[in-house]
Design a protein around this ligand. Structure first.
Ligand code: CP
Length: 347
């Protein structure tokens, strides 16, 4: 276990953490999960405050951070960016309705112990990478840790919960296991790439064999793919990409089918977001659904994962998500435990 490098650190992406550090976070999460189950007090952040700035809606993230801070003895403070002066980058400010990110970060740093942010999609005009750049600007000016509650590139808290759930089901040695992160159809064309990108980043810290499956046109960020390939191989796993859902699901032990948008139709690849243009691409791939039929290709004890919320009847059938293979509520619960670990270690 490593403990000396966490205090005061930002938590923006797992890419900036080592395998030992990721394992430490998961160890601490399991310890806190045990204490929570037994009703043992663990007030590690007594009287401390986490500021949470939500540009997008949330059920799991907001409630797991708020409940987590209560259980750690502190307080999580919800901030609606429209009800403060909306944090803005230099050059994008509007008189008396925005406040420069550098000022917001320095003010909150004088009052609390952590700042967490969720931002993707509309608040940044769907410009891929811009939300993450804004998080970096917060981190540059803040004296207290910045925690990523999901940006346009990464959702590291979700990834930790995903890895913890897989390890709980299959143990620490995953060398014989196959993990499939798959695109799935949804009529909603506005889902960021953060979950699939972070899910494969998280999995690459184990020795599991990763397959990324998607129709052509739904490629992920090449920088992420490059990291996942190298990190996975360093940790004893493998990484491959497939454009065939049925082929990818063959002999899978873990499947994680969810929808994400096409990078080809959002800035900076095009001057303006043209999400509507992707409709044809989506409709051509309506058969990418997780149903009981496709689960027959997998190993018998396959687990079905989804970060939630999911689009029932499109990404997945009711029989699968409510059936014996589904671990989606374990995943949701584990958000609480991993985030408490991140907060306890960094704040
Ligand atoms: N999985 C996830 O981040 O859920 P919310 O959008 O409800 O926070």
């Amino acid at each position: 276990m490593i403990t000396h490098t966490f205090r005061g650190r930002d938590f923006l992406t797992l890419i900036e953490y080592t395998k030992e550090e990721v394992d430490t976070i998961l160890d601490v999460a399991l310890d806190l999960k045990r204490k929570f189950a037994l009703g043992e007090k663990h007030r590690l952040l007594e009287d401390k405050t986490l500021f949470m700035i939500f540009y997008n809606q949330s059920l799991r993230t907001r409630n797991s951070f708020e409940a987590g801070m209560t259980q750690l003895g502190g307080h999580a403070h919800f901030l609606d960016p429209k009800k403060i002066y909306t944090p803005a980058l230099e050059g994008e400010e509007e008189a008396y309705s925005t406040e420069r990110v550098s000022d917001v970060a320095r003010v909150l740093s004088r009052m609390g112990h952590g700042i967490s942010i969720r931002m993707y999609g509309d608040p940044v005009g769907w410009e891929y990478g811009k939300a993450h750049r804004i998080f970096r600007e917060f981190a540059k000016w803040s004296d207290i840790p910045i925690i990523n509650m999901e940006c346009d590139k990464y959702h590291p808290c979700q990834a930790l919960a995903d890895v913890l759930t897989i390890k709980e089901k299959y143990g620490n040695d995953l060398s014989k296991r196959k993990f499939v992160m798959s695109w799935a159809y949804s009529p909603s064309i506005e889902k960021p790439l953060s979950v699939p990108q972070s899910a494969i980043i998280g999995a690459s810290f184990t020795n599991i064999n990763i397959t990324l499956a998607h129709p052509k046109g739904f490629e992920l960020d090449p920088e992420v793919l490059d990291f996942v390939k190298k990190n996975s191989e360093n940790n004893g796993g493998t990484f491959e990409v497939s454009n065939d859902m049925e082929e990818a699901f063959k002999d899978a032990d873990v499947v994680y089918p969810k929808s994400w948008t096409s990078l080809e139709n959002i800035p900076p690849n095009v001057p303006e977001p043209r999400l509507g243009n992707t409709k044809e691409l989506y409709e051509a791939n309506k058969s990418w659904i997780c149903d009981n039929n496709i689960l027959t290709k997998c190993n018998n004890n396959v687990i079905y994962m989804h970060c939630l919320p999911c689009d029932r009847g499109f990404e997945v059938t009711n029989e699968v998500i409510d059936g014996p293979h589904s671990v989606v509520f374990d995943q949701a619960e584990n958000r609480l435990h991993v985030q408490k670990a991140v907060m306890a270690l960094t704040m």
